[in-house]
Design a binder for this molecule. Structure first.
Ligand SMILES: [Zn+2]
Length: 202
């Protein structure tokens, strides 16, 4: 009988049951399940450690500001910010027309500025915020720069290279993939682009 009762638990569940309840204090912010007793809740795995850190809307707000500045220069309104800890290392917007440079996307502008400022071709402790899903070129540059986390705004099903099209970070030839968090201030980002292209058409 003892053997039968033990067999109801998977090994990881048993491991969890052996752990003292006070070791699960970090899970206290998990939303309670209806009808669940405290003792049940304490036995659930601590999901907090697996969940991504909260995105920082303030940095995306700055990326949005860069996108607006780009629009004012008659550039496609996409903005990017590179952050290390709480410090903004670089920020920039699209400059392809201004520079006559098809590679001067906001991400590339920001990566170049950050690398120059830090005196390093790699930015392993840095996170990049950009208002639009990066294209394949920018995804590659993000990978080469060893950016730690990518936060992007609007999805770009037609030109994106992260969750659309080439899905660059999922390819076996990609040697560094950042953690990716999408759909951050996506509505504002998309509105900026829509407004810009509508104005150009009229
Ligand atoms: Zn790009």
């Amino acid at each position: 009988m003892v053997k039968g009762s033990v067999a109801r638990f998977a090994p990881e569940e048993l491991e969890r049951l052996r752990r003292p309840a006070n070791g699960l204090a970090g899970g206290s912010t998990a939303s309670p399940v209806k009808g669940e007793r405290d003792s049940d809740r304490a036995m659930r795995p601590d999901r907090q450690t697996k969940e991504p850190p909260l995105p920082r809307p303030t940095f995306m707000d700055i990326a949005l500001e860069e996108a607006r500045l780009a629009a004012a220069r008659n550039e496609t309104p996409v903005g990017a910010v590179i952050v290390r800890g709480d410090e903004i290392i670089a920020r920039g917007g699209n400059e392809t027309r201004q520079r006559n440079d098809p590679t001067a996307h906001a991400e590339i502008v920001a990566i170049r500025a950050a690398a120059a400022r830090l005196g390093s071709e790699r930015l392993p402790d840095c996170d990049l915020y950009v208002t639009l899903e990066p294209c394949a070129m920018c995804a590659a540059a993000i990978s080469f720069a060893r950016i730690r986390r990518l936060y992007y705004g609007a999805a770009d099903p037609k030109g994106g290279g992260v969750d659309a099209g080439p899905r660059f970070f999922s390819q076996p030839t990609c040697h560094h993939a950042p953690e990716v968090y999408s759909d951050i201030a996506a509505r504002e980002s998309a509105e900026l682009l829509r407004g810009f292209f509508q104005a150009r058409r009229s």
